[in-house]
Write a protein that binds this ligand. Structure first.
Ligand SMILES: *Cc1c(COP(=O)(O)O)cnc(C)c1O
Length: 333
């Protein structure tokens, strides 16, 4: 059942899940898989594929729209007129939420906390206020700001709260549907099953969705190689597994299938450098290599740190699919 649809397989195969959350169609799915032999050669891989979530949407690409299809749907289903969420000043999640809330005719309030300066922060300071009501908070006032932002009405209702990064069991269903796109391609024979799927782990929702989606698809399982890009307080392998299990329970409680097993999770803990938003030297090399050898647009916060695991030749001889979570659009302006 789940492998009958090239995209949005969960909501199609589990009608009660669709009825409960009323997920929206915001992205152009399925996203393509590209083959990049130049980078396979450079990194000693037997094959290198990119699942290109950069092109999920002309409005704002990247993987986060997958979670937002479910979260904004759930907000509307609950009768709310707006959403509230948090993120660092240059948060892709904040930009994505503001962009797609507007497209879904929902209000959006953002409470933003400090991160190191960079192009994303500069972009957000200029453009984010055009899209949403922004509270640029320091660390000190943050908890009170958030409390107020959650309780004050937006439109006629209290806003629907969306967690940082869009990462909650419901949000995870979006990335699980992404994994099912790849599983479908493997099933119909247009893609060989990779040994490894590399993904950046920030708030861990994407990695959890891949665990759930490939788990639901059944064998052959690729190994999920999740690379921590933020502090251990937020990104931990236990969190990835717990989120996958919780999202799985939502599917089961709506009458859907339960994975017989989850894929193996390899947790890469040593490539985050000084922490979230701090570029690493290896990451900078990966950005220029991606651009120069394959025209692949990467950034130093997530995707370059994730691909560092290949660049450092820790996956030699393996066939690898990289989950490209990033769309260059934000800084291309
Ligand atoms: C948010 C984000 C991620 C991380 O996803 P999580 O689900 O938060 O782990 C990866 N890459 C990019 C570009 C992102 O914006």
């Amino acid at each position: 059942m789940l492998l009958d649809s090239p995209e949005r397989a969960l909501r199609r195969a589990v009608p009660d899940l669709a009825a409960r959350y009323a997920p929206l169609d915001l992205a152009e799915l399925p996203t393509p898989v590209r083959v990049l032999p130049e980078l396979a050669d450079t990194w000693g891989l037997s094959a290198f594929f990119v699942k290109d979530d950069a092109v999920t949407s002309a409005a704002y690409g990247g993987t986060k729209v997958r979670a937002l299809e479910w979260l904004l749907g759930a907000a509307r289903r609950a009768g709310r007129q707006g959403v509230v969420t948090i993120g660092p000043w240059g948060s892709h999640h904040a930009v994505a939420t503001a962009t797609f809330a507007r497209k879904s005719e929902l209000g959006c309030r953002l409470v933003l906390f400090p991160q190191p300066d960079g192009p994303e922060v500069a972009w957000a300071r200029t453009h984010l206020p055009e899209l949403a009501a922004c509270h640029w908070s320091g660390w000190l006032g943050f908890p009170l700001r958030l409390l107020a932002a959650r309780s004050r009405r937006l439109g006629a209702t209290r806003p629907f709260p969306i967690a940082a990064g869009g990462t909650s069991p419901v949000g995870v269903l979006g990335a699980a549907e992404g994994a099912l796109e790849v599983a479908y391609a493997i099933r119909v024979g247009t893609l060989p099953c990779p040994d490894d799927v590399i993904v950046a782990a920030g708030s861990c929702g994407t990695a959890a969705g891949l665990l759930l989606g490939f788990g639901l698809a059944g064998p052959p399982y690729p190994r999920i190689v999740a690379v921590r890009v933020t502090s251990r307080a937020v990104a931990r392998s236990g969190r990835v597994r717990a989120l996958a299990r919780k999202a799985s329970r939502l599917v089961v409680s709506a009458g859907g299938p339960k994975p017989r097993a989850f894929p193996e999770l390899a947790w890469i803990d040593d490539l985050a450098g000084a922490g979230y938003g701090h570029a690493t030297g290896v990451g900078r090399e990966v950005v220029s290599m991606g651009r120069d050898l394959a025209g692949l647009d990467l950034e130093t916060t997530y995707t370059a740190k994730a691909l560092s695991v290949a660049h450092l030749r820790r996956l030699e001889g393996r066939s690898v699919l990289f989950w490209n979570t990033y769309a260059g659009a934000v800084t291309a302006d």
